[in-house]
Design a protein around this ligand. Sequence first.
Ligand code: NAG
Ligand code: NAG
Ligand code: NAG
Ligand code: NAG
Ligand code: NAG
Length: 673
Amino acid sequence: MAIATVPLTLALLLLALCLLPAQPAYIAYNTTPSIVPGKINVHLVPHSHDDVGWLKTVDQYYVGANNSIRGACVQNVLDSVISALLDDKNRKFIYVEVAFFQRWWRQQSDAMKIKVKELVDSGQLEFINGGMCMHDEATPHYIDLIDQTTLGHQFIKKEFGQIPRVGWQIDPFGHSAVQAYLLGAELGFDSLFFARIDYQDRAKRLKDKTLEVIWRGSKSLGSSSQIFTGIFPRHYDPPDGFVFEINDVSPPVQDDVLLFDYNVQERVDDFVAAALAQANVTRTNHIMWLMGTDFRYQYANSWFRQMDKFIHYVNQDGRVHALYSTPTIYTDAKYTANEEWPLKFDDFFPYADHPNAYWTGYFTSRPAFKGYVRAMSAYFLAARQLEFFKGRTSSGPNTDALADALAIAQHHDAVSGTQRQHVAADYALRISIGYLEAEKLVASSLSFLADSKVGMGEKKSTTNFQQCPLLNISHCPPSEAALQNGKRLVIVIYNPLGWQRNNVVRIPVSDENLIVQDSGGKIIDSQLLPVSNATLKLRSFYTKAYLGASPTESVKYWLVFSASVPSLGFSTYTVSAATQTGPHSFMSTVSSSRESPDATIEVGQGSLKLVYTADAGKLTQYVNTRNQVRANAEQSYSYYSGNDGTDKDPQASGAYVFRPNMTYPIKSDQKFI
Ligand SMILES: *[C@@H]1O[C@H](CO)[C@@H](O)[C@H](O)[C@H]1NC(C)=O
Ligand SMILES: *[C@@H]1O[C@H](CO)[C@@H](O)[C@H](O)[C@H]1NC(C)=O
Ligand SMILES: *[C@@H]1O[C@H](CO)[C@@H](O)[C@H](O)[C@H]1NC(C)=O
Ligand SMILES: *[C@@H]1O[C@H](CO)[C@@H](O)[C@H](O)[C@H]1NC(C)=O
Ligand SMILES: *[C@@H]1O[C@H](CO)[C@@H](O)[C@H](O)[C@H]1NC(C)=O
């Protein structure tokens, strides 16, 4: 027996060697895109998620500087993706953040621009979302969201003649109904996609197959502005084992029989298993794989090489069907599938990614930066209206730098407050550069308007308007100057909103006995409030810190008056010294009531009053004299101690996650005001 076995084994071996195909080293992969009805279609969507600033500044990410923090270079992403797309017309890629794309585009030759335009025309390269950044949805003002999206879309329209069709908010930390209807449906998007929702909500949606929904974000607009919305079954990266940046550990498809570790069948089986698992939680037979994640495709071929092979071998296998795709193609497939989708109303806030980890910390992170963004956003609104009224000149100052700086400040790691300190400083610096230019424009535009209002007949004086951006530290040199010898201070107040406003104006002054006149010369009521010593101390400290100089004028009072400003217009008020006998601004008496510890201040109109303590400014009573209601109230300030993340539970409270170190029971009889 033993003797007979040997030749038989040899014979089998020889036979096996003969049966192995003499495989050429070169394989032409068939990746022709198609959708196969009746099969599970796996839409492979190559993407790179490029934060417009976070651990590094936007420019450091673009050029690949400060790589010790994070090896990320968006320039490499775009260079290598474009060349990989040019290599094979079946490949596709989506690009999302226009702030980066613009930087790259500026640096390309005309010849390259022509090639890239062809890639966009053919649909190989598609702009998705298309704002300057992927904005946060909780902390920005909606006007800033519209502006930053418009700026990006204008660039895409101008350079490529395209309008993005898909909202792609894959990373922001929870999602707002305003995104769904205003920045989704109303913007003209056909669909919206993202990853981060509450972990319990996701678990339920996975079970119920309700990750894909029709989101009706506005109650009043109802079905007229709803949008197809897809929540990813996992994060915005590929299924485990399909991540192919050069340092990633997923096994590549090894299909060269002359090399060791041939694994085509094994990898095809992995692919089919992952596809079936996802199809199991998805309606219709279309599923999407996010082929990429943060700052990937710095060497695009390492991804495309694997996807070429997967598409080729998986389709040969035939159990599921794979294709290069984009969210647009995926959306079209969903629309034609004739499926009923569940409805979703309201927000996806707050977002928790595991128990006791609510991402509500960022609602208040970096409050000073949040405040600066809001103040500059309001200023920008006024500045560009004034720019329009005066007309743009090619040489004069404009609002473009401020628009750009505010746009990237809406990024989900900018106004959210979740960026590193040097990155926060970078955003603020960009805004301040933009502000300084816009300030010049505002001054020249206001003097243009004010002078033209004087009338055609009169001789035009060129009024030089100064602005007071540091009113927050009671610093305003023009208003602090003494108003003696007939000197007058002219105050122009501009209203960028579409309705008339009555607002209280406060400016620091040094003189007593002032009068405020409206543009018709009528004297209006005004008050002088003493500036507290604490404020003066802060003012002196900050003036030194910001301007490197001590404040020169001796500010004593806030001059306060009520100004009425027409919509999209301005009002002019004149401040001057009162005559000995005439009316003048009266001194506020609030300070004298401070002497008694029980003194209170009443605020409110008509029969409704709120009563505050004069010393601490705390609310003590609500009074309605019409129906004799007098309700006591108690106001106090408290704080939570954050979890330090050093004991058994490593999740610390921080910029993203609000996490007290214990549960704080709220008693039902406790009043929160
Ligand atoms: C690199 O990042 C660090 C913060 O980690 C920062 O202090 C440093 O200034 C950065 N380098 C540059 C060139 O910005
Ligand atoms: C599909 O879902 C069912 C029910 O949740 C589960 O039992 C089954 O294992 C799933 N199949 C795959 C391939 O994940
Ligand atoms: C005052 O406003 C400026 C910007 O206009 C800001 O840089 C500064 O931090 C503010 N100062 C204080 C004390 O809030
Ligand atoms: C404020 O400071 C001035 C001079 O330093 C002092 O005379 C005055 O009493 C102070 N006022 C208060 C309310 O402390
Ligand atoms: C919570 O933090 C505070 C302040 O650090 C500390 O005093 C307190 O003991 C902590 N409580 C618990 C339950 O860890």
